[in-house]
Ligand binder design. Structure first.
Ligand SMILES: [Zn+2]
Length: 472
């Protein structure tokens, strides 16, 4: 049996093992790591770690490398690591280790927050049955010490870290390899160690920077198809483990979002996608500002909220991106059926035509449509355009059929109307009312979605006409 395997389940251990593999290089897999390899990495890494920037934010200031007499620090840390190697055994079937679950913790000391980030301190109240720390076997305890090689430093002082855990080992390798390149660059430039630090004060923005880096690497290695057939969801821990304010936030990027970002980053979408991303910044104009400022597009993607609003600029009556990019997002991330997307596009085209023919009245209709706050308002404007099309422009076909309306456009809105009638009846008790209001508000967001998508298509078709009209 080997010492390590891929993805044993504990994020700190898996990331540490990945860091060891990528540091050793030559595409070494966890199953191939030998005790000799581990001795080699101790020799290479410990002198580097001795001057590591923000080490105390990863392992607290009580760590062996940052505590006690200066001249003792490196030898003591080395001794501990070599001790772990001496006591390491191959993976077995079962054991009480929190990392692998396949080896015993044995007689080695339990790890507190100086050994594993976010594991509490001397206060035994943090741990089950008042134990002194968390139980990891020697091999897992060893692996965790190499975490810093796979972390991205963010935050205003660089003391907040991003750590990736994914079911895709390949993605973890790509992330870690990027971090190690950054570590080596820092080391060669400054003669001191530190985590890869692309200078993102805002951790979420730093995370999306890493996603871009990973995508371009996948592209370069032509690995995309092979990898993205599998689960490529990512859990990213954003943490600091300094003594005063230890804290963790977990970001989740599901596979569909990753796949959408991959497509959006490629031509012909790259430029328009950045235009959309830029519209999400709360403030700032330069790349430097963007590293600090909150970005709502990124935040909504992480929260699973729709970003369709960022595809539109209502003020300038202009869309951002094109229908293809929007429909890619709707299909991949929002799971919208292609038939519905296509129908909305067709209706949007017909509406644009009618608005153009109605000239001034059409422009007013468009503004009212964009400003509609209730489904009733939205429906009234659609009705006006509907009537113009038949009575003014003498078109033989209606804007859409009843079937189109209930199947593709406003799928549940009729129900919402009947529910609101039911609410007015006064026959429901409080709990039933609450249930109904909940369902109705779901439907309200639903008509807004259809309206926004129609608006996008109309702006796409009419923007230059609308701009010319302003001079009238
Ligand atoms: Zn273990």
């Amino acid at each position: 049996m080997p010492i390590y395997e891929k993805l044993m389940g504990n994020p700190f251990v898996d990331v540490g093992v990945c860091a060891i593999c990528e540091w050793l290089g030559h595409n070494i897999q966890p199953e191939q790591i030998t005790a000799e390899d581990l001795k080699q990495i101790v020799k290479d890494f410990v002198p580097l770690a001795a001057n590591w920037d923000k080490w105390t934010s990863i392992f607290t200031r009580n760590h062996r490398l940052t505590n006690g007499r200066q001249s003792d620090r490196v030898p003591k840390f080395k001794k501990r690591l070599l001790g772990y190697i001496d006591q390491t055994v191959e993976l077995g079937q079962v054991g009480d280790c929190m990392g692998c679950g396949r080896r015993e913790v044995g007689s080695i000391p339990l790890l507190d927050k100086t050994g594993v980030p976010l594991t509490g301190g001397k206060n035994s109240n943090f741990f089950p049955v008042f134990s002194e720390g968390a139980g990891y076997c020697p091999a897992c305890s060893f692996a965790i010490q190499f975490l810093p090689l796979a972390l991205v430093a963010t935050g205003s002082s660089g003391g907040r870290f991003l750590m990736l855990h994914s079911k895709s080992w390949e993605l973890m390798q790509i992330w870690t390899a990027r971090c190690i390149t950054g570590v080596n660059q820092r080391y060669s430039q400054q003669q001191s160690g530190g985590c890869f630090k692309p200078d993102y004060e805002n951790s979420r923005n730093g995370l999306f920077y890493m996603v871009r880096e990973m995508i371009s690497e996948l592209e370069e290695m032509q690995l995309y198809d092979e990898i993205t057939d599998k689960d490529v969801s990512m859990e990213v821990y954003s943490f600091t483990n300094n003594n005063q304010f230890p804290d963790v936030e977990i970001f989740y990027i599901p596979s569909p979002v990753f796949r959408f970002l991959y497509d959006a980053e490629q031509n012909p979408y790259t430029d328009t996608w950045y235009e959309i991303v830029r519209s999400g910044y709360k403030r700032g104009k330069s790349e430097k500002d963007y590293k600090k400022s909150r970005n709502l597009v990124y935040e909504y993607l992480l929260e699973g909220r729709s970003i369709r609003g960022f595809f539109l600029s209502r003020r300038t009556q202009k869309q951002r991106g094109n229908w293809e990019l929007l429909s890619l997002y709707l299909q991949k991330v929002r799971n919208m059926k292609p038939a519905r997307i296509e129908k909305i596009k067709q209706v949007g085209d017909l509406m644009a035509e009618s608005i153009r023919k109605s000239r001034k009245r059409g422009k007013r209709q468009l503004r009212d449509f964009a400003d509609a706050n209730t489904y009733a308002e939205c429906r009234n404007i659609l009705l006006r355009i509907f009537e113009d099309r038949i009575y003014q422009h003498k078109e033989p076909e209606p804007l859409f059929s009843f079937e189109d309306c209930v199947e593709y456009l406003f799928i549940s809105s009729d129900n919402a109307q009947s529910w609101s009638d039911e609410l007015d009846d006064g026959e429901l008790d409080e709990e039933q009312k609450e249930q109904l209001i909940h369902s109705i508000s779901d439907n309200v967001t639903f008509w807004r979605e259809t309206r926004d998508l129609l608006l996008f298509r109309i702006y796409e078709k009419l923007h230059s006409w609308l701009t010319e009209q302003e001079d009238d």
